[in-house]
Design a protein around this ligand. Structure first.
Ligand SMILES: Cc1cc2nc3c(=O)[nH]c(=O)nc-3n(C[C@H](O)[C@H](O)[C@H](O)COP(=O)(O)OP(=O)(O)OC[C@H]3O[C@@H](n4cnc5c(N)ncnc54)[C@H](O)[C@@H]3O)c2cc1C
Length: 340
């Protein structure tokens, strides 16, 4: 069990900046994100895209913004719990008890939900028994490529992830790349490499085919694929990887007893608290009159939510407004030295 002042749900840009706002007023935060990486939409959806409306940064990318935010919160040494979804939130006397999908338990007087559009989840195979093989023979991401070394691997999808992993794994495994269309959606250059590998006999490409059935008991030993005119082909394989993109689901957030409005959480604009005391919502997931789904709005929301958390986490202390330029306490928390 981990005790903290604030549990932050979501490591997107807004969840990261709020760690800073909490840190400078002396509150400790733990951050949980469903994804395997930090940065939310900026990293998952557009790492290389230029962003032009972050104050004082004429241009940055999703990736460089994430890196700068991480640098800025370094002094507060936040713990990130990645690959874990916040599942349950229940009252625990004056605190909240938070349980993740890996059964990690946090106790905190405050929760800040910076969950964006909800948790990103992979689009999965529609075949009836596919779920039964998940995480055993069927995967929707590659955590460690060595798990697939010297094996037979069938990769489904036509985008960058499918092409990149087909190219990469073909270096040491027998790979079949299956796509439901003849044209690939991913980078032209990657599609060309895949076709070249096929000509050299290092990779098999099957288009336009889709998964038709799965054979095996605990593990998959073969699958069949079917094309548009109903022709069926059997492929012996150890693993099946599916890369069909991500879907965004509000997920368990909808079950925490919070008021909801069109998949967003209404908040008051004084401190961005929800209808539950000690639960705040900021960034894309919150709504109020005039809400703009922009990163800069989320930063402002985080600044006020952090002060709201202070009142609950430190009920016997008075919050004092201070500028970072002049506050010695803040500078100490930031690790600023006299010479800086
Ligand atoms: C293509 C594109 C371009 C954009 N360009 C701009 C731009 O130029 N300028 C701008 O200001 N904005 C832009 N945006 C919008 C901007 O990315 C969002 O406003 C911003 O990402 C919101 O940040 P957030 O931290 O609120 O949420 P997100 O970035 O969505 O992060 C939320 C995180 O919460 C996690 N999460 C959700 N539920 C749970 C749960 N139950 N447990 C654990 N983790 C959970 C998710 O996995 C995710 O990582 C753009 C968006 C897109 C898609």
């Amino acid at each position: 069990m981990i005790k903290t002042d604030v549990l932050v749900v979501g490591a997107g840009p807004v969840g990261l900046f709020v760690v800073h706002q909490l840190g400078i007023i002396g509150l400790k935060a733990e951050v949980v994100d469903n994804l395997d990486k930090i940065g939310g939409q900026c990293i998952e959806l557009y790492p290389d895209k230029p962003i032009y409306d972050i104050p004082a940064l004429p241009v940055c990318t999703g990736e460089s913004l994430t890196n700068s935010l991480l640098e800025q919160i370094k002094p507060f040494k936040p713990n990130f719990h990645l690959n874990e979804r916040v599942q349950e939130v229940t009252q625990d006397n004056n605190d909240w008890k938070i349980v993740t999908s890996k059964n990690k338990v946090f106790i905190a007087p405050n929760i800040i939900i910076a969950g964006g559009v909800g948790s990103f989840e992979p689009r999965k195979f529609g075949i009836e028994n596919a779920e039964k093989f998940e995480n055993e023979s069927i995967f929707y991401s590659v955590k460690n490529k060595n798990d697939f070394k010297n094996k037979k691997v069938c990769i489904f999808g036509g985008g960058d992830s499918a092409l990149d992993w087909a190219i990469e794994l073909s270096k040491f495994s027998k790979v079949v790349l299956v796509h439901r269309r003849n044209e690939f959606r991913g980078a032209e250059h990657s599609a060309e490499i895949a076709k070249k590998l096929e000509k050299e006999g290092k990779l098999k490409i099957k288009t336009p085919y889709q998964l038709n059935s799965i054979e095996g008991e605990k593990k998959i030993n073969a699958i069949t694929i079917k094309n548009e005119i109903g022709e069926i082909e059997k492929i012996e394989t150890d693993y099946v990887l599916g890369f069909f993109g991500l879907i965004m689901k509000l997920g368990p957030i909808a079950e925490w007893g919070l008021n909801l409005e069109k998949k967003t959480i209404p908040v008051n604009t004084k401190d961005f608290q929800t209808n539950k005391k000690g639960i705040f919502a900021i960034g894309d997931i919150c709504t109020y009159p005039g809400k703009l789904k922009l990163i800069l709005s989320g930063f402002h929301e985080g600044a006020l939510a952090a002060r709201g958390c202070f009142k609950i986490a430190r009920p016997n202390e008075t919050y004092r407004f201070e500028y970072t330029t002049t506050s010695k306490t803040v500078q100490e928390r930031l690790g600023v030295k006299e010479s800086d």
